[in-house]
Design a binder for this molecule. Structure first.
Ligand SMILES: [Fe+2]
Length: 324
């Protein structure tokens, strides 16, 4: 096995990469040689087929793997890569407005490019969340629009260092979240996904059944919208095969004290504001700025990384697949 990957890939570098705990993030894999026939889709698909296990191992070990310099041109090409891995996809549940593009491929958040999509583990509050988030850049933004990401264990480490008691308290009590959504999609907001789209029904009764299956309760609002209550949920999680690292597997900073959302302890008591404010700074400090080039395919270990999108100038088109 060892050595075979070198027939197809060479390790490169990219702007913004960072060494964390001895590992470079992301790992950049480029075509082994300059000639055009070393970077075409046919070669890439063969390379993936032959190195499937090795690539999966790399994603788990290194958290972020980038394929750069291959001729991946559109959603069909991107889908073919996902299919070659044989990964099952997982249906997106969450606040972002998204559109289906092709087979396993969806648009990423369609909210305004001028806004920051805050750092999160994909579907962190759901009972089942994807292990992998795979992104493909069809149109690279002229300025901004980085998909920044954060090694989650570093956030936990630093929070434990600065707030040992508070972290223990949140861990013990667990957390609860609320989130309000309108009935129909509103693409003028990054959190504008309506409940009818989210639960794939216009029937409130069916929405309630589907919500409960996902571990959420619904409270109907007079404007036709809904308040979703989610909890209890843990503060951190440790996953198999991730070096025993304790991941900051929550969305307290993203949802705390916002107009349409809240985060509290599961018993209803408040989380201290200074803890949330400092946590936001730590997440920012630990973030790695990833700048897109057209044709990039980026694999994230969703169990190990938070990701977000910086404000961007148009045009920018990044597609996504979320897989088990
Ligand atoms: Fe995301």
């Amino acid at each position: 096995m060892e050595g075979c990957w070198r027939e197809y890939f060479k390790v490169g570098m990219c702007e913004g990469e960072k060494v964390v705990d001895g590992e470079t993030m992301p790992v950049v894999l480029q075509p082994a040689a300059e000639e055009e026939n070393k970077s075409d889709m046919k070669t890439l698909v063969t390379a993936v087929k032959k190195n499937r296990e090795w690539l999966e191992e790399m994603i788990e070990k290194k958290s972020a793997v980038l394929l750069r310099g291959f001729q991946v041109n559109n959603a069909e090409d991107f889908n073919e890569i996902i299919e070659t891995f044989g990964w099952e996809d997982i249906r997106y549940v969450g606040p972002a407005p998204r559109t289906h593009v092709y087979k396993k491929v969806w648009t990423a958040n369609e909210g305004p490019l001028s806004q920051f999509v805050y750092f999160h583990h994909e579907m962190v509050l759901m009972k089942e969340y994807p292990k992998k988030v795979i992104l493909f850049c069809e149109v690279a933004p002229p300025e901004g629009g980085e998909t920044s990401f954060v090694p989650s264990f570093r956030v936990t480490e630093r929070m434990v260092e600065e707030f040992p008691e508070e972290v223990e308290g949140m861990e013990k009590k667990a957390l609860s979240y609320s989130f309000t959504a309108l009935s129909k999609n509103d693409t003028s907001s990054m959190r504008g996904r309506g409940w009818e789209d989210a639960f794939a029904t216009s029937d409130p009764k069916i929405a309630e059944i589907r919500a409960r299956a996902l571990g959420m309760e619904l409270e109907w609002l007079s404007n036709g919208g809904v308040k979703t209550i989610i909890g209890p949920r843990p503060l951190t999680k440790v996953f198999e095969g991730r070096k025993g690292r304790r991941m900051w597997f929550n969305t307290v900073v993203g949802m705390y004290g916002k107009e349409h959302s809240s985060a509290t302890m599961a018993d209803g008591s408040e989380i201290a504001e200074k803890v949330v404010t400092r946590c936001e700074e730590i997440i920012e400090e630990e973030s790695i700025q990833f700048k897109w080039q057209k044709g990039d395919v980026l694999f994230f270990d969703n169990l190990a990384l938070l990701h977000g999108r910086r404000p961007s100038l148009p045009p920018r088109r990044v597609l996504v697949a979320t897989c088990k």
